[in-house]
Ligand binder design. Structure first.
Ligand SMILES: Nc1ncnc2c1ncn2[C@@H]1O[C@H](COP(=O)(O)OP(=O)(O)OP(=O)(O)O)[C@@H](O)[C@H]1O
Ligand SMILES: [Mg+2]
Length: 309
């Protein structure tokens, strides 16, 4: 498992203050080869700012980031040879072909051959359109070109800031499969920020959650989450006090409620619902989504924008 390997990226006590305001506050994070890490947080949490510092696009106020042991502050050029990045919308020259754009970016790195360019073009599935002007590309095609550009020099670490913005469901699925294979086959460490929690859930091995500039949680996706159950009984205005009297905090969902409880204690609960003369309609295990957990961690509300997408 990846954790036994040395981290490829180490973020150490990273902070950023702008105009007297602490935007990033002492962030520590290790990223491993072959792992896809989701970077989650509400709007304004500090994802892009952290990513910009990691990619060498902005100077940290304090702390450091090392990539394959090279510091972005004291060994910038060497650190940059191992990193590929797409920050928000990739900038491309619209009047040039996709291929010319890649050729242009290839010059910024040592040893990127024309063969390598075409290999990356095939990997991102752009071979049929690569000689057309970028101005004629769809959003999804521009995203693919951005990805090709970020991968040209075979980086060990790939950072993507909201990469699925504007992709259709098929495009998102393809992108997800592609990122997974990059991690699993090529051993690339991938950091991907997103608001689309349902999307990120399917693509990442672990998530790092940032809020108000602080890293508030890092968790493995495979970790057992706390068991929950869905309970539905009528009248609901008597079910709620009953659940509360048993020490639960019922969260309304559809016609019923979600409570945190393990299976062994459900029969006793069912018994007291029936003895309380309520009509029981449903009790079943409930698997919480990453979105449920995220809302709990960040205190809710701020994810509304995502739900609308
Ligand atoms: N150059 C700047 N000057 C002042 N404040 C800034 C600057 N850049 C970012 N900020 C502030 O830092 C905070 C974090 O911004 P950042 O763009 O990193 O958030 P984000 O997590 O990427 O949000 P989003 O999900 O909206 O992309 C915000 O409050 C933002 O207003
Ligand atoms: Mg951002």
């Amino acid at each position: 498992m990846a954790q036994t390997a040395e981290p490829i990226v180490r973020v150490k006590n990273l902070s950023k203050t702008i105009g007297g305001k602490k935007i990033i506050d002492d962030v520590n994070l290790d990223l491993y080869p072959g792992q896809v890490t989701g970077f989650l947080g509400p709007n304004g949490a500090g994802k892009t700012t952290t990513i910009r510092m990691m990619a060498g696009l902005m100077k940290p106020t304090a702390g450091d980031v090392t990539i394959a042991g090279k510091s972005i502050t004291s060994d910038f050029e060497d650190a940059m040879t191992n990193i590929g990045v797409i920050v928000e919308n990739p900038e491309m020259y619209k009047y040039m072909s996709g291929y010319k754009n890649l050729l242009h970016f290839a010059r910024m790195h040592k040893g990127v051959t024309k063969e390598r360019i075409m290999e990356v073009v095939r990997q991102v599935g752009l071979e049929n359109r690569i000689n057309e002007k970028v101005g004629t590309y769809s959003l999804g095609m521009r995203q693919r070109l951005g990805l090709a550009q970020a991968l040209l020099h075979n980086p060990k670490f790939l950072i993507l800031d909201e990469p699925t913005n504007g992709l259709d469901p098929a495009g998102i699925r393809e992108f997800r499969v592609y990122l997974r294979s990059l991690a699993e086959k090529a051993g690339v460490s991938v950091l991907v920020s997103s608001h689309m929690l349902s999307e990120i859930e399917l693509m990442v091995d672990r998530v790092a959650v940032i809020q108000n500039g602080r890293l508030i949680d890092i968790r493995e996706m495979k970790e057992e989450t706390r068991p929950h159950h869905y309970v539905e009984a009528q009248p609901a205005d008597r079910l709620v006090p009953l659940l509360k009297s048993k020490g639960y905090t019922p969260v309304p969902t559809g016609a019923g409620f979600i409570i945190e409880e393990k299976a062994e204690r459900i029969p006793a609960l069912v018994k007291s619902i029936v003895e309380g003369d309520l009509d029981l309609y449903a009790v079943r295990p409930y698997r919480r989504t990453l979105e449920d957990e995220f809302i709990e961690m960040t205190g809710g509300g701020q994810i509304a924008q995502t739900a609308a997408k």
